[in-house]
Design a protein around this ligand. Structure first.
Ligand code: AMP
Length: 185
């Protein structure tokens, strides 16, 4: 199975849930920039203070800040595989990531795109109850996804790394679909 992975998909697609399951099942390291940022906010660090307002508006924190966090984690990736969840979030981050992975001799093997309908997305996010999950903020996060993050789909398709998976249905069914997609081919 391919084990050096990125997840791309709209907010609410279930990236965090699926990433955690996959990593637990297959002994990979789960690196979520959203979780790392929320931990900084909770700890009240300088970095967290800088990120909090931006996150609550549903916008992206600066590339510099996110890259600093990611760079700090690269040494912890180990050799059992890893899954980057929520990073990169735009083409500039993807371009910054590539040489970092080359440098540690661990190039990306696949980018999993989680696909689903907008109506299902909104429903999933409203039921989650996070600070940045009220309806206006969600709408804004979807816009940010379309503008900034969705161009990654073409970016990685051009590099022959993209694997699209239907992210609707039960959590178990989606996990099984992802595993199958990463095992085949
Ligand atoms: P997530 O948990 O991935 O939905 O991320 C929650 C929030 O953290 C996002 O709405 C952004 O404000 C911020 N964030 C997470 N990852 C990134 C990233 N790679 N680049 C910029 N902002 C990010």
């Amino acid at each position: 199975m391919k084990k050096r992975l990125l997840f791309v998909g709209p907010p609410g697609a279930g990236k965090g849930t699926q990433a955690a399951r996959l990593c637990e099942q297959h002994g990979m390291k789960h690196l979520s920039t959203g979780d790392l940022l929320r931990a900084e906010v909770a700890a009240g660090s300088e970095l967290g203070k800088e990120a909090e307002a931006v996150m609550n508006r549903g916008e992206l924190v600066s590339d510099a800040l996110v890259l600093a966090i990611v760079k700090g984690q690269l040494g912890e990736l180990g050799d059992g595989g890893w899954l980057l969840d929520g990073f990169p979030r735009n083409v500039a981050q993807a371009e910054a990531l590539k040489p970092l992975l080359t440098e540690i001799g661990q190039p990306l093997e696949a980018v999993v795109l989680l696909e689903l309908d907008d109506a299902v997305l909104m429903e999933r996010m409203l039921s989650r109850g996070r600070d940045d999950d009220n309806e206006d903020v969600i709408r804004h996060r979807l816009e940010v996804y379309r503008d900034k993050t969705a161009p990654l789909i073409e970016h990685y398709r051009n590099q022959d790394l993209l694997i699209a998976v239907d992210a609707q249905g039960s959590i178990d069914a989606i996990t099984a679909r992802i595993e199958e997609a990463l095992t085949g081919g």
